[in-house]
Design a protein around this ligand. Structure first.
Ligand SMILES: C[S@@+](CC[C@H](N)C(=O)[O-])C[C@H]1O[C@@H](n2cnc3c(N)ncnc32)[C@H](O)[C@@H]1O
Length: 204
């Protein structure tokens, strides 16, 4: 594991600060944050440096991405980031308790089943009052929110017919079914959204 494992996604540099601004507002002051689909590790390293009182748990099912995350953690010298877990949203989730689950740019590059699986998995690990933050492009009221998103969706489906931009309403409904109440939807740059949920256990 060394510097040569480090991968770089230009988009993650662009959206890092806008996402961090939303996280600052909604994450608890202390506790553990599980990041799902951490990718290159650019986000988790930046967020962990900016919010050092939180402990961060990255994850990704792709071994090359996990190698990049590990190399970035080491290069940044951060002590509040755990080694990445091999977590596929559709598979078994680790046994851990998290105060927040965050993910960015996952739901449009995975099959539709990933959306309910994300909500169920997050509900399974979150503590009462815990936060689920989902960032990415979404359709609203069954329509693309921009021509750019329509073109992006067509390109995604050409690359993989199971991929595509999901409906915000589908996410909100799947989340509600798992006890994740919608806290807010924040318009983000480049026609993306931050969608923030709060989990509460079912009433006894
Ligand atoms: C477009 S990248 C986004 C990475 C990072 N979150 C970002 O915003 O830069 C999508 C990531 O999702 C991961 N991924 C794909 N399917 C997944 C699944 N079923 N469960 C968890 N991660 C998945 C991929 O390995 C990849 O690292």
């Amino acid at each position: 594991m060394d510097q040569t494992d480090i991968r770089h996604a230009p988009a993650a540099d662009r959206n890092r600060e806008p996402i961090l601004a939303v996280l600052r507002e909604h994450l608890p002051g202390r506790g553990r944050v599980l990041e799902v689909a951490s990718g290159t590790g650019q986000h988790v390293v930046a967020f962990a440096a900016a919010l050092p009182a939180l402990s961060w748990q990255p994850s990704d099912p792709d071994p090359a991405q996990r190698a990049s995350i590990t190399a970035r953690i080491r290069a940044a010298g951060l002590s509040n980031v755990a080694p990445p877990l091999d977590l596929d949203v559709g598979g078994p989730w680790p046994t851990l308790e998290a105060d927040a689950v965050i993910t960015a740019n996952l739901l449009h590059v995975s099959p539709p089943e990933t959306l309910p699986a994300l909500c169920a998995g997050a509900a399974g690990v979150l503590a009462p009052g815990g936060i689920l933050h989902v960032y990415g492009p979404f359709n609203r009221d069954g329509s693309f929110t921009s021509e750019g998103n329509a073109r992006f969706d067509a390109a995604l489906r050409t690359e993989n017919p199971a991929w595509g931009i999901r409906d915000l309403e589908a996410l909100v409904a799947a989340a509600a079914a798992e006890g994740l109440g919608l806290r807010t939807v924040v318009d983000m740059p480049a026609n993306n959204l931050s969608v923030v949920f709060e989990w509460q256990p079912p009433a006894p």
